[in-house]
Design a protein around this ligand. Structure first.
Ligand code: HEC
Length: 133
């Protein structure tokens, strides 16, 4: 049977649709991969943004931490005496108009700040580099 002329065109269209759906699949998978770990890596964020003043372990024993009198975030006595809410507030607003410590309202959502306190600061231990295990 002689094929109608437009049969080839149909094949081409079908091939194009295949390529398109492969492309869509890739596009669909990419953001899913980027988000794979539960939310953002806040330990990495700490090591990049906070370690300069609070030390790689949170104990603020580095030169900058000492000079600026950055809070030792690993101090259990201090940690017991302060609430998550108070810490979150400082992280969002900063200290002394951002001069002693910058506020991170733009970089972190409220829930990210809360997670940073619960999952990073509250878990920090003196001598244990944050984000290195
Ligand atoms: C430019 C230096 C600097 C940077 C950067 C910095 N801090 Fe601070 N931070 C300070 C200083 C100074 C204090 C106040 C120390 C004190 O209480 O005397 C402080 C205090 C704190 C406190 C204690 C607040 C309280 O309740 O008393 C927390 C929590 C804190 N910082 C978390 C963070 C986190 C999390 C980051 C990163 C997102 C960060 N800091 C980045 C300097 C800094």
């Amino acid at each position: 049977m002689k094929q109608p002329r437009n049969c080839l065109d149909l094949n081409r269209i079908a091939g194009g649709a295949g390529a398109l759906s492969a492309l869509l699949l890739v596009a669909w998978m990419m953001p899913a991969q980027a988000q794979a770990p539960a939310g953002r890596d806040l330990r990495l964020f700490y090591s990049q943004q906070c370690a300069g003043c609070h030390g790689v372990d949170g104990a603020a024993q580095n030169a900058a931490g000492k000079k600026l009198k950055g809070q030792n975030l690993t101090d259990p006595v201090w940690r017991k005496g302060t609430s998550d809410e108070a810490m979150v507030k400082v992280i969002q607003k900063g200290i002394f108009f951002g001069l002693a410590m910058p506020g991170y309202k733009k970089e972190l959502t409220l829930s990210e700040s809360q997670r940073l306190v619960a999952e990073v600061i509250r878990q920090s231990e003196k001598g244990k580099v944050i984000g290195k295990d």
